[in-house]
Design a protein around this ligand. Structure first.
Ligand code: GLN
Ligand code: ZN
Length: 808
């Protein structure tokens, strides 16, 4: 790396304005970006038209944010990307994996000029190339996708090794065909606006989120490439500076997490190196390093010792840092994230102002405070005022992105001019808060009493040996029993029937008949294929969480509350606003009907408490542990009704248990205690002869293996085929006593695994764990697959199980 001499004079002087946000939803209020991008993928919108639409959306967003009060240079974030903020950096650094070498910036001209880049300019990675890396193409697998910190957003994982090129192309920003941060600054300035503040994933976080490529030498860690990445970021910052950015925001949420494979001291040393080096660059915008999704902890003094001009603190997920750490922030701007970027509830303005006042009181005189959100608002929908079909009172408690911008503004006024300056807002907020607390659905004494009456015995089943014997006698399953994870392909007819029923075009009787016909078809198919434990296929479920949210009390659904999940994929989480109860059975009629069609055991299908919470917007007024137990009790009643209806096997899915694991190790035991406890509450009433299954996916099973063991399910199915059962030795070493179904078919791809392949995976599993404990099943549900590949794959899976059973 080339270390420039600091030239303080060259650093601009405009301070950050008193109110800002760390990011804003990029999909557009009516999912304009999703529509445009998908139209482009379908071939209905050419690249230039797509870029025009994106530019129009960005311009509208900037204008909207100014109207909402984010005025002054650098107040508005420039955080647009067509797909993902991490992929945006990967392409800017030219660091695409080898299989996409032809797409790298500088890999050659863009022959048909499809990138839309200025003629003669360096083309960079074209927009079609950017999408190819994101989505894959033929044999070239897409970049892996995984969850961004403890959120529901998925990013594309960089793949690095010793020889991955990492070189930012000078001038790339100005003609960037992916409309990256420098282009966004230029575009705003050209429109006569103040410069927005580019938002870029910071170098340390970028590397910690990366994985070693398959070609990497043993022991290689992406963080080993820090010097190269810093060099590239130096060019990026120079470009941003040349484009006219006065400030840049570098997001470093990785610093709040202490659970990386890299030891903490090395993470802190990397942060110190990175920001000392960056601060020393002569020609650059001022730098805001944002520590989001939790407290910076011991990374705060490290950043404080560098020359960065501003540090962002998440004061929602984290507490106010110790006074001694704050005392070291003289001369810096503290960007105080007191408005949550993660939830959809109004901020307690009085409490947030008190935090801001304490912060200012603890900071040296030379430090200044800017009011902000705790994270980007990319995790929340645009505008709660549009949710006119919600009950008025529930709507009045909500703050989506636009309302949060207003809150940030209000708090900035309050901090600058005193409480009396925002007295009206404080009173209105307190009134709404009191009304919310007093709402009859928010606190229901019967629900509270039921949770208070829960004892450890309610979370404890008979000893496993007793259960196993009772289940074996009842179910009479072969060795290596075969099953699926629950959903079968959702055909166009099934979707059409659900949609027609929802719109009123299909009456209840017609809908019931359509679903029953589908269930019958799925049951007959499974019998014919020869599966041992059957499922009803989940045709009636649009989504495994929303289905339950619609049937439980305490939830509401939004109309426009979309948030980006990944790429063009958006979800509309339900709002869990009140005490939860189950007014009536939710799944029993479908499962009982399915069981009536067959002599084979039918598996009832429920979504577990942690997953329901992880994929909803959860109330912030009571502890999550209590919400989880309310859900646990509702599901417990459902399990009891399934049992009463003669269902011998019940699966309670908890695919989200890993993703909401806290980022700091110290917070994990408490989380695992309540999440495991809620699952056990849901399942703890089941008779010994009822077999309880659970299902987890998204790999990384090893991180939570202990907790999964404590779920005390009789059978646990996990994703394992992509990693070729790599996880099983760890499972064996851990001493997992109960039964396990490691997936033998990667359902994320349309590829049909052969019988040989499935058998080979099963043999590996048998070698690690012994045949008695094992099941044969796919990695996950089949709802995204088509029937043709499903039928062949399941036939192969069943044939493989038979072969391995026979000892072949
Ligand atoms: N039972 C669900 C299904 O089969 C599980 C899905 C999941 O794990 N995400 O679709
Ligand atoms: Zn799954």
């Amino acid at each position: 790396m080339t270390n420039q001499t600091p030239a303080v004079d060259a650093v601009p002087t405009a301070p950050l304005p008193p109110a800002t946000i760390l990011g804003y939803p990029r999909i557009g209020p009516d999912r304009e970006l999703k529509r445009a991008v998908e139209a482009h993928w379908r071939g209905d919108l050419d690249v230039n038209a797509l870029r025009e639409r994106a530019a129009a959306l960005r311009a509208a967003t900037r204008a909207h944010l100014r109207e909402l009060g984010l005025t002054g240079a650098s107040a508005v974030p420039a955080d647009f990307t067509y797909y993902d903020q991490v992929l945006q950096v990967t392409t800017a650094l030219g660091a695409l994996p080898r299989r996409f070498a032809d797409l790298r910036a500088g890999a050659g001209a863009d022959p048909d000029g499809r990138s839309g880049a200025a003629p003669g300019a360096h083309p960079g990675t074209s927009l079609p190339g950017f999408f190819t890396a994101a989505r894959g193409e033929g044999e070239r697998a897409a970049l892996e996708m995984t969850k961004w910190f403890d959120s529901n957003y998925h990013y594309l994982v960089p793949e690095l090794d010793e020889s991955t090129p990492i070189d930012y192309v000078p001038g790339f920003g100005a003609v960037d065909p992916t409309d990256g941060p420098a282009a966004q600054v230029l575009e705003a300035l050209a429109a006569g606006e103040e410069a927005p503040r580019p938002v870029v994933v910071g170098p340390v976080t970028y590397l910690l989120l990366a994985k070693a490529s398959d070609a990497a030498a043993p022991g290689f860690r992406p963080l080993d490439r820090l010097a190269d990445v810093l060099d590239a970021y130096g060019h990026l910052l120079a470009d941003l500076w040349a484009a006219g950015a006065q400030w840049v925001q570098l997001d470093e949420p990785a610093l709040v997490c202490d659970a990386w494979d890299v030891p903490r001291e090395e993470v802190l040393a990397a942060a110190a190196d990175a920001y000392t080096w960056i601060a020393a660059i002569a020609e650059r915008p001022r730098v805001l390093v944002a520590g989001t999704y939790g407290p910076l902890g011991d990374a705060l003094p490290v950043l404080a010792a560098t020359g960065v001009e501003a540090i962002g603190l998440d004061l929602v997920a984290g507490e106010l840092p110790p006074a001694a750490d704050l005392a070291r922030l003289g001369g810096k701007t503290v960007v105080a994230g007191v408005v949550s970027g993660r939830n959809i509830w109004r901020t307690d303005l009085g409490a947030a102002l008190a935090v801001l006042e304490s912060l200012r009181g603890a900071l040296p005189e030379t430090a200044s405070v800017v009011v902000a959100t705790s994270t980007s608002l990319q995790h929340v929908p645009h505008d709660a005022d549009r949710e006119t079909s919600l009950p008025d009172d529930v709507r009045s408690w909500l703050a989506f992105a636009d309302q949060k911008v207003a809150e940030v503004r209000t708090l900035a006024v309050g901090l600058a001019r005193g409480r009396q300056a925002i007295a009206g807002e404080l009173t209105a907020d307190a009134r709404l808060r009191a009304a919310r607390a007093a709402h009859p659905g928010v606190r229901r004494e019967e629900v509270r009493a039921a949770v208070a009456a829960v004892t450890d015995a309610d979370r404890t089943r008979a000893p496993y040996a007793e259960r196993a014997a009772a289940q074996a006698a009842r179910l009479r399953l072969p060795l290596l029993p075969t099953t699926t994870i629950g959903s079968f392909p959702q055909t166009a007819e099934v979707r059409a029937a659900r949609a027609a029923h929802r719109r009123g075009g299909l009456d209840d009787a017609g809908y019931q008949a359509a679903m029953r016909a589908e269930i019958e078809r799925v049951v007959r198919l499974q019998e014919e294929i020869g599966l041992d434990v059957l499922v009803h296929g989940e045709a009636e479920r649009n989504d495994m969480v929303q289905y339950f949210a619609e049937l439980l009390d305490g939830f509401a659904a939004t109309e426009h509350g979309w948030v980006q999940s990944y790429g063009s994929r958006c979800t509309r989480p339900s709002i869990l606003w009140g005490d939860v109860s189950r007014p009536a059975p939710m799944t029993v009629a479908w499962s009982a009907y399915a069981q009536s069609l067959t002599d084979r055991p039918m598996k009832g299908m429920l979504t577990g408490p942690v997953t329901i919470m992880a994929w909803s917007f959860v109330r912030d007024d009571i502890p999550r542990a209590q919400v989880a137990d309310q859900l646990g009790l509702a599901l417990r009643a459902e399990v009891a009704d399934l049992e009463a209806a003669g269902i011998p096997v019940v699966q309670v899915d908890e695919p989200a248990i890993r993703e909401t694991l806290p980022l700091r190790r110290a917070d994990r035991p408490a989380y695992l205690e309540w999440s495991v406890g809620a699952f056990r509450l849901a399942t703890g009433g089941a008779a010994p002869a009822t077999q309880i299954h659970t299902h987890l996916c998204y790999s990384e099973f090893d991180v939570v293996i202990d907790a999964v063991d404590h779920l005390d399910a009789d059978v646990t199915s996990i994703e394992a085929s992509r990693s070729r059962m790599d996880i099983l030795p760890a499972v064996a070493a851990h001493g997992f006593e109960r039964q396990l179904g490691p997936g033998v078919w990667d359902i994320h791809s349309p590829r049909v695994p052969s019988t040989d392949e499935c058998a080979e995976l099963l043999r590996r599993a048998v070698a690690a764990l012994g045949i008695e404990k094992l099941w044969a099943n796919p990695d996950c549900g089949l709802k995204t697959r088509a029937y043709a590949e499903t039928v062949s794959s399941l036939r192969h899976l069943v044939a493989a199980a038979r072969r391995v059973r026979a000892g072949a």
